[in-house]
Ligand binder design. Structure first.
Ligand SMILES: C[S@@+](CC[C@H](N)C(=O)[O-])C[C@H]1O[C@@H](n2cnc3c(N)ncnc32)[C@H](O)[C@@H]1O
Length: 327
């Protein structure tokens, strides 16, 4: 159902001031220096070397939004938020905001992109901006860690022996499936710069014997071997129609007879009247990558069928499709 629209909600939609105030507060990392107690604007400004008056106005705005509190002249963290905004916390989520902030200038080019159809950036972040790509991988890994164990429970891999995680990133899914199915021999396939992050995570989990890392480009040549389970999460939305059709063909070649392919992504609803939030995410991809976009589930079904897979089933609505390769 489309959201109900009113004049106040229209005003709210066009209103980004609070978003930029918040992103800037994370960029300036105002929350970490307050982790051990409140500080005045003067104290904080001299610590982080910014203008005192401008900082105190920014912090007053943060108090008004509810992201800080103020008593007398001293600003303090809100305890429930501090665990996500203080850099030293294990639940720190600031990297996600830093990422949004880094895309600010690209969003400013949206009108031009729509007018010309020309992208504002080259390639995708993992290839053209490896440092930013590493930040993305860390953020995605943290987010994926929240859903991967439940997915490993939901999808029964007990009868399979080999597994490849194509574009496996930080390894959240390889790790979750390997923990849930300790007999599984897993391979995480990705670009060299991302494998460094995967290695750290896999070592930390003590799974180096079970998960093998393999370096390569999934758009070139074939995958290193064939596997019972071929898993690919959040890689299709960085690519074109033609690249994905070719990639799914490659995944078919890499699947053993009787094996299964599992595609997890952010599909646009098949019903044109209900595209879902992924239609908004698709604009993010249009702004921050050369050719990224979200596809409808029926497009993925088409590629899977053309590649030779059968028995396509939707495991999670607009998120996960699985299909088998006949014997
Ligand atoms: C959005 S991340 C998804 C990571 C992980 N699968 C997940 O769902 O959290 C996309 C991943 O694809 C990798 N990647 C992008 N282009 C690639 C290519 N051409 N060959 C191999 N890996 C690629 C990136 O390094 C990154 O780890």
């Amino acid at each position: 159902m489309p959201p109900e629209v009113s004049v106040p909600s229209l005003f709210q939609l066009g209103y980004y001031w609070e978003a930029k105030i918040f992103l800037t507060s994370v960029k300036l990392d105002l929350y970490t220096p307050l982790a051990n107690g409140s500080k005045s604007a003067e104290q904080l400004a001299s610590e982080i070397k910014v203008d005192t008056d401008a900082l105190s106005r920014l912090m007053d705005a943060l108090v008004s939004i509810g992201l800080l509190k103020k008593e007398e002249d001293a600003y303090a963290n809100i305890p429930q938020l501090a665990e996500f905004l203080v850099k030293t916390s294990r639940f720190y989520m600031g990297e996600l905001m830093l990422l949004q902030d880094a895309e600010w200038d690209h969003w400013g080019k949206l009108e031009e992109i729509v007018k010309t159809g020309r992208p504002a950036v080259k390639d995708n972040i993992f290839i053209s901006r490896p440092e930013m790509g590493a930040t993305v991988s860390r953020v995605l890994h943290r987010m994926a860690n929240r859903v991967a164990p439940a997915l490993a429970e939901k999808i029964d891999l007990s009868s399979y022996e080999t597994f490849i995680d194509v574009g496996g990133g930080g390894g959240a899914f390889s790790i979750a499936f390997s923990k849930r199915y300790p007999h599984l021999k897993a391979t995480l396939f990705d670009l060299p710069q991302t494998l460094k992050i995967a290695l750290e995570n896999i070592e930390q989990e003590g799974l180096s014997d079970q998960i093998h890392l393999s370096e390569g480009n999934f758009n070139q040549g074939s995958l290193p071997d064939t596997y019972d389970v071929v898993f690919a999460s959040d890689i299709l939305h960085y690519q074109t129609d033609a690249e994905n059709a070719a990639l799914l063909q490659r995944l078919y070649e890499a699947t053993n007879s009787g094996g299964v392919v599992i595609i997890k992504d952010m599909f646009i609803g098949d019903d044109d009247a209900e595209p879902g939030w992924n239609a908004v995410f698709s604009i993010h991809m249009m702004v921050y990558s050369e050719k990224g976009r979200c596809f409808k589930g029926k497009k993925i079904r088409e590629w899977l069928t053309k590649a030779g897979f059968d028995n396509i089933v939707e495991i999670e609505k607009n998120t996960i499709l699985a299909a088998t390769k006949g014997i």
